[in-house]
Every structure is written in C-alpha cells, then in structure tokens.
Ligand binder design. Structure first.
Ligand SMILES: [Zn+2]
Length: 404
C-alpha cells in the first residue's frame, strides 16, 4: 500500500475506526431488514509527505453512487458563507462579464447562483445528478461528471476555479490537481476549502473521518501536492467552517504577477510549531478518539438510567461516524431530527435511529438534544431555542462532551 501523493510505503496507522457503512447511506424502512455493507475505516499517515489518508478499499462507486445526496442549500450559514465568498472574489480578482468561473462539486448551485446574479459566466462540475438537477433549475450550467485531468482538457480555461470540500474527497489527488493546472487561465486563481488537519488533531474531530474523505490535509502537505503539479500557493485564510477550515489560493508556478502573502509562511510556521512536519504528533489520535467515545457512552448510559429522553439533531455524516464508532443504537437515542425532507422518514445507517422532522421535538419535549454537527451548534441552538421552555439541555461530544 502506497501514499496517494508521494507513493512512499504506507505503514503507519493514524486512527482505526474499525469499519462503518457509507456515512450517507440512509436507510428506508424496508432496508432495515436487509444486510448492510460495512467498509474498513482505517486511516494512515505517510511518513514522508505526512498526507493523512484512507486505505484503498474496494470500489468507491458504492460510497458515491447513492440516490441520496447532501443539498448544500439547506444550511443557511453555508449559503451566507457562499455569498460572502462570491462578493469577495469578484472584488479581489476584478471578475466581470468576460470572466469564467468554474466550481468543482457545485452541488445544488448554492454558490454559483450568486455569480449568476452578478452576470458572471460560470460553470458547475457535479457528478451527483440529484443535486445537479436542482442547480440546472436555477439556470446554472452544470457538467455532470467527476473532475480530473481528462475532463479539464475539455473545459474552457477559467479565471477562477473553486472547490469547497472537494479536495479532501478525491481519490486521485495528483490527477485532480493536475486537472486544476490544465483548466486555469494564465493569471487565474484556484481556491480550495478543506477542513484543516491541525484542527482535526487539536480538537479531537475524529468524526470528520468517513469514507467520502480520502485525505485529511495540512497546508504543509497540500503545498507539496500543488507544487508537484506546477502550482504555487500564494495566500491562505483560516475559516471557521467545519470546525476550522483553510481556504488556499493557488496560481501557476510561473505566474510572476501574484506576490506570495505573509500568511503562507506564517501558517507553515504554525504547523511546524504544532508538530505537523514530524511523525510524533500523529501518534496519539486514537487515544483522543477513544476518549470522546467513552465520554459520550457514559453520558448516554447515565441519561438512560435516569429515564431521561435523549434525541439528536442533524443526520449528517459526522454524526454517523461518531455514533457508529461509539456503538450507539436506537435504544440510547430515540430519534434524530433533520431539516432535509430527503432524509426525513429514513434511518441512520448502522444505528437505525429514525430521522424525523423538527416538529417532533415539540411533541416529545426531550431532556437532552445532542447536536451531532457541533460545527454549527450556534445556529442549531438558536433555531431550537424554544426547547429551553421545558428546560431541555443541548449536548455536544466534540472536542469533548459538554452539556450546554
Ligand atoms: Zn506521501
């Protein structure tokens, strides 16, 4: 087994979550009586380039070819994030009606709609047809395909290529970044957002680990990957999204027009000081994940003993990793509520916890609501503020168990 990027032999385990079903494979009532497929969920770190990555297993088709998909537009905070980004980039790059913007993994058009509003020509690349359909209904031009060098050859060159939460999801990261190089105009800019490995380690975010994520990225490693394909990182920003993400800015290595911002050296120094350049920091993550698991179980068992009613909020991939690794089933958490009508009426994989609409909270009046997507806990608590009427408490499990 070799590193996806540098091809060095992979023999160091970062964390072993044993196995899990595809995290977005929500089950119908009928499927509850059928066997479920579990895939190994063991994450390695490359001793050479420090790329944290999933083991190569069977075919990724099973993981991705689901009729279910995540619809970005269901999160109001994410929409706001997208709108702010669009305004900022139009300004920064002086984009106009002659520019071309390409978004990879354009989902339901949650972001490109704002470029369209400003009459800036844009194209989405999105392999999931259910989300692509929604984007097309918004009048957005979508190519239904996976992005890579082969597709890049067929695209018009772009002034801006962006990808939010896609770089960590691609199996062949070298070919993907090579494709970015091909599809970029001479003075163009690439921005990519991904969860920052430094935060994953620092904040025990082991529930960010699921099969759809092939890589867990530090700036240090991403810089190596981009440079190998003739791209340089000229700026970087820290974002609060997904528990702490990076937004990197890249351009052609030979582009002299873009100066490299101090942020680049500063972040590299921060990662070096934290220890991401050395293998030792990667050694104790299993222990951190286990602590989160034990604390959650302790809380749930105690609540059960006291006859408290516990439900969860947010049927997201994160929650599935957490509940599955902790071995929680539908006896300890009665149901999970989710905004998305595509998920309501279905069940979480493995745990078989039913997914219901938010109205059920008012009917049941639970004692505790576990917020599974802890990264948007502020937004969720505001939305469920009415639960305080019956003294309901909010709970998060990551970075450590907290009753709010
Ligand atoms: Zn490597």
């Amino acid at each position: 087994m070799n590193c996806r990027f540098c091809k060095a032999e992979l023999n160091k385990v970062f964390v072993d979550l044993v196995n899990a079903p595809a995290s977005n494979s929500f089950l119908t009532q009928e499927q509850l009586d059928e066997p479920e497929t579990f895939y190994p969920l063991k994450i390695y770190v490359c001793g050479e380039c420090k790329l944290v990555q999933i083991d190569e297993y069977k075919k990724s088709d099973d993981i991705f070819d689901k009729d279910y998909a995540y619809f970005s537009s269901f999160s109001t905070s994410w929409l706001e994030h997208a709108k702010n980004y669009v305004d900022m980039m139009i300004n920064k790059l002086a984009l106009n009606t002659n520019s071309i913007v390409t978004e990879i993994a354009s989902n339901d058009g949650y972001l490109l709609q704002y470029f369209k509003e400003k009459n800036i020509p844009c194209i989405g690349v999105e392999p999931t047809s259910s989300t692509a359909k929604v984007a097309k209904e918004k009048g957005i031009n979508v190519i239904e395909d996976f992005f890579g060098s082969k597709l890049a050859d067929t695209l018009q060159k772009s002034d801006l290529i962006l990808g939010n939460n896609v770089l960590a999801h691609v199996p062949d990261i070298n070919d993907f970044v090579h494709g970015l190089k091909i599809a970029l105009k001479e003075n163009g800019t690439i921005t990519m957002e991904f969860p920052h490995l430094l935060n994953i380690i620092k904040e025990n975010q082991f529930d960010t680990i699921y099969h759809e994520h092939f890589s867990y990225l530090s700036f240090y490693t991403v810089k190596q990957i981009f440079e190998k394909q003739g791209l340089k990182l000229y700026d970087v920003e820290k974002l609060p999204t997904h528990g702490g993400s990076l937004r990197i800015y890249a351009t052609h290595l030979e582009n002299e027009k873009k100066d490299i911002f101090d942020n680049v050296a500063n972040l590299l120094n921060e990662e070096k000081d934290f220890g991401l350049f050395d293998i030792e920091i990667y050694n104790n993550f299993q222990e951190k994940a286990n602590k989160v698991k034990y604390d959650l179980l302790y809380f749930l068992l105690q609540a059960k003993k006291e006859n408290k009613k516990v439900i969860a909020y947010g049927a997201a991939a994160k929650g599935n990793t957490l509940l599955n690794y902790a071995g929680v089933k539908n006896d300890l958490i009665e149901f999970v509520v989710d905004k998305s009508p595509y998920k309501q009426g279905k069940f979480l994989p493995a745990s078989h916890i039913p997914i219901l609409a938010e109205d059920e909270i008012k009917k049941m009046k639970p004692d505790y609501i576990i917020i599974l997507p802890w990264n948007i806990k502020g937004e969720v608590m505001l939305q469920l503020d009415y639960a305080k009427e019956w003294d309901c408490k909010f709970v998060v499990a990551v970075p450590k168990l907290a009753i709010i």
